[in-house]
Structures are given as structure tokens and as C-alpha cells.
Design a protein. Structure first.
Length: 434
């Protein structure tokens, strides 16, 4: 039976699979991990309280201050296949620097994605500070009238019934303000001051503790409503001034952008004596120089060796696919057009399974692994709980473009179910001289 037409069509399909695998193995990510740390008000409160010295009195209600904060801090690491191939075929130390440059670019991109969430958290904290002052004032008034300590629910009920400020009003103010900041960041007009000036909710909040602020600054006395209103406006202007100062720091040249905020943050971290950075490219170059310059030769050699060994492994996988293509082309004009597919079937799936599949399974079992590890070391229950809590804060996702090679390898295994029969028939026909 002549199976050559089927074999030719199948061989063409196999070549397409091999070419796809080679292209993605050469140009994509060999390994990538996206880590996200979930930060909310409870976590920030816990961290802030842990930073307090033993016996230190807590004058700040951190739970209120950080109420409503909910964001994810991303961190990504990517190892490009091109870097591994460079480590094998070129200067391995240059490959280390290329990997570092690539990674810093990813970190900057992650910071860009984080800016909006940080601005939303920043505005929420500022508004919560104002709310806390208002609630504190109402708390003392209720405590005096009730003869006991009122609950937070009672305080909020009083805030809404007496002053017309609901929780949704507070949330809307924070959302409107953060949306205005983000719009300004993306090139819109600076409407932050206008948003605050026209906010009825902010007017009501500062009016709650304006009289107490007069007493604190000038002493007890009888104050007219005009004096209280003037003090409320002064307090409101102070809040607006805080935002104006922050925006001025983020954009010293008058133009605000995501790049500008990141550059400002980096210069802030460095301090006055650090090197002044003008743009994000300089941020990346400066950090890369510092990290690379701080590595000793043994560290660079170690990293270079790891990259080189991974590069050799990658070349073996690429070579298995390339060898399959070569065999098909050589056998194209032969009587027996079938080929063996062992090497790509054996190696094609390995990069994805070893560097994505297995790490993903291990991370899903992280809590179990931590508990077993803690049991082996006889850790106390508190330490184990801390480990488990930390594991719940983070989300990790492994990925790589090597999934294409793995999928093509699986496709070869499926093809082989019927292809190997044609191969046996072709070999039998050759032996029989047909």
C-alpha cells in the first residue's frame, strides 16, 4: 500500500511544528515568573504596629489610617532565550549584563503599572487622616454624652446623622481624587485643587473638628461661626497645599508623568548626595552599573556558568527540532520518506515542564511544604503561622514561551501513533524490495 501522500503531508505538518518550536525557543522567554504581593490595610497596620518599640504608646489608629487600602505590588523576572544563546556562543559576561539590563527594564515597567495603585493608596491615606480627625472629635463628644466609650459604628452613625457624611461619601471623595490625579498623570489638566475645593464631603469633614482645632491652637473660648468657618477653610487649604507640594515634587520641571514620578522616587531614595537622575533610561543604567560593578569576578563567573549550561541545554532542544527538519528534507526524495522522531519527542517538552510546570506545582503546595519543613525543624506554631500568612500574601505565576515546543512535542507523540505504522510498512517494503 502506498502511504507516500499521507507521509508527505504529515512530514510537512511536522516541519511546521519544528519551525514554530525553533523560532519560539530562540526568541521568547526561556523562563519567567510574575510575583504579586497583595498589600491591604490589615497588612500595613500589622507592619506599622510591629515597627513600634516595646512599650511605646500608639497615638495613631493605623486600622483607620490604612482602611480601604488594597493593591498588588508586582515583581517580574524574565530570562530571555537570546541571553542564554549569547552565553554559549559569545561573551558570557556580556550575557550577564544583558540579562541585568533586560530585568531592570521589566522592573521599571512594573513600577509604571504600580503608579496608579500607589496614587490611589496615597489619596486614600490622606483622606483617612482627615476622617480620623473628624471621627476622633465625634468620639470624644459621644463619650461625654454617653458616659462611656462609643463603638466605631456609633461614631459613623453620628457622623452621618449629624453632619451628613456617609461611608460612601468618603469612598467617593477618595476615588474622585485618585481618578483626578491619575488623569493628570496621563496628560490631563491639573484639577486636583479644584476637586478638593468643590468637595462638599471635605467641607463637612473639616467643619467637624474646626472648633477643636481653634481650641488647640488658641485656647478655650467662645468662637463665632464665622471664626469656625474660617478655620475650616484654613484646614482645607492645608490639605490642598499638601497635594500641591507633592505634585510639585513629582514634577519639578512642571510636567508630570509616570517617568517623572519614578525618577523623583529614585532621586528621593538616593538623597541629596546621590547622583542626580534625569530619566528612566538613566535610572536603569545607573542601577545596572552599580549591581554589575559590585559583583566580584567569581560571582560573574558563577552566573555566566549557569547561563552557559542553560544555553547548552536550550541548544540541545533546538538541535533536536533542527535535526528532525534536516532528516525530513534529506528523506524527501528517498523511497522511504518516514523519519524517526525520538529526539524532539524526548527533549521538546523538557524546558517547559522543568522550568514552568514543576515550579508551579511546588508553589501550589507551598503551605504544605512549609508546614513539613517547620515540623522537621521543630518550629513553634507562631512561626509556622507567620510563614503561612506570608504565603497567602503572594501570588506567583510561572510562564515561558517554551510551551510552544512542549505542545508541539505532544503533537508529535499523537502523530506517532499512526505514523510509526507507516514507518514499519515502509521498512518492510524496502526489505522485500518492493
Amino acid at each position: 500500500m502506498n502511504n507516500n501522500p499521507k507521509i508527505i503531508v504529515t512530514n510537512i505538518i511536522v516541519i511546521v511544528l519544528a519551525v514554530l518550536s525553533i523560532i519560539t525557543l530562540c526568541t521568547g522567554n526561556f523562563f519567567a515568573v510574575q510575583l504579586s504581593i497583595h498589600v491591604d490595610g490589615d497588612l500595613l497596620t500589622s507592619v506599622a504596629e510591629e515597627q513600634m518599640q516595646e512599650g511605646e504608646e500608639n497615638d495613631v489608629d493605623y486600622a483607620t489610617l490604612f482602611e480601604g487600602i488594597d493593591m498588588n505590588i508586582p515583581f517580574s523576572f524574565q530570562l530571555q532565550s537570546a541571553v542564554l544563546l549569547q552565553a554559549v556562543t559569545g561573551d558570557s559576561s556580556a550575557a550577564v549584563r544583558a540579562m541585568l539590563d533586560n530585568q531592570l527594564g521589566i522592573v521599571i515597567d512594573d513600577l509604571f503599572n504600580l503608579v496608579d495603585e500607589v496614587l490611589a493608596a496615597f489619596t486614600k491615606i490622606v483622606i483617612n487622616t482627615v476622617v480620623e480627625k473628624a471621627k476622633d472629635q465625634i468620639y470624644h463628644e459621644l463619650a461625654a454624652s454617653l458616659g462611656g466609650n462609643p463603638t466605631d459604628e456609633q461614631v459613623m452613625q453620628e457622623l452621618e446623622s449629624q453632619y451628613g457624611i456617609s461611608e460612601s461619601d468618603i469612598d467617593n471623595l477618595a476615588t474622585d481624587l485618585s481618578d483626578t490625579l491619575i488623569a493628570f498623570l496621563q496628560g490631563g489638566p491639573n484639577a486636583v485643587s479644584e476637586t478638593l475645593q468643590t468637595s462638599e464631603t471635605l467641607d463637612k469633614l473639616v467643619s467637624v473638628y474646626a472648633e477643636q482645632a481653634l481650641i488647640d491652637s488658641q485656647g478655650a473660648g467662645s468662637y463665632t461661626q464665622a471664626e469656625i468657618d474660617a478655620k475650616a477653610q484654613e484646614l482645607k487649604n492645608d490639605i490642598i497645599h499638601q497635594f500641591d507640594e507633592a505634585i510639585a515634587e513629582w514634577s519639578p520641571e512642571g510636567d508630570i508623568s509616570e517617568d517623572g514620578i519614578i525618577v523623583w522616587l529614585f532621586n528621593k531614595i538616593q538623597g541629596e548626595e546621590g547622583t542626580h537622575i534625569a530619566n528612566t533610561d538613566e535610572v536603569k543604567a545607573y542601577i545596572a552599573d552599580k549591581i554589575f560593578g559590585g559583583m566580584d569576578e567569581s560571582t560573574i563567573r558563577y552566573i555566566s556558568s549557569v547561563l552557559k549550561y542553560l544555553g547548552i541545554f536550550l541548544l540541545i532542544v533546538i538541535g533536536s527540532w533542527a535535526y528532525l527538519i534536516l532528516k525530513i528534507l534529506v528523506k524527501f526524495f528517498a523511497r522511504n520518506k518516514t523519519v524517526g522522531m525520538f529526539f524532539p519527542k524526548f527533549f521538546g517538552w523538557m524546558p517547559y515542564v522543568l522550568f514552568v510546570g514543576i515550579p508551579s506545582i511546588l508553589f501550589r503546595s507551598l503551605n504544605t511544604i512549609l508546614n513539613k519543613f517547620a515540623a522537621q525543624l521543630s518550629m513553634d506554631a507562631g512561626t509556622v503561622a507567620t510563614f503561612s500568612e506570608f504565603a497567602n500574601w503572594i501570588t506567583v505565576k510561572f510562564s515561558a514561551l517554551t510551551w510552544v515546543s512542549a505542545l508541539c512535542s505532544v503533537a508529535l507523540m499523537i502523530i506517532w501513533f499512526f505514523y510509526h505504522r507507516w514507518r514499519k510498512e515502509a521498512k518492510a517494503a524496502k526489505r522485500a524490495g518492493k
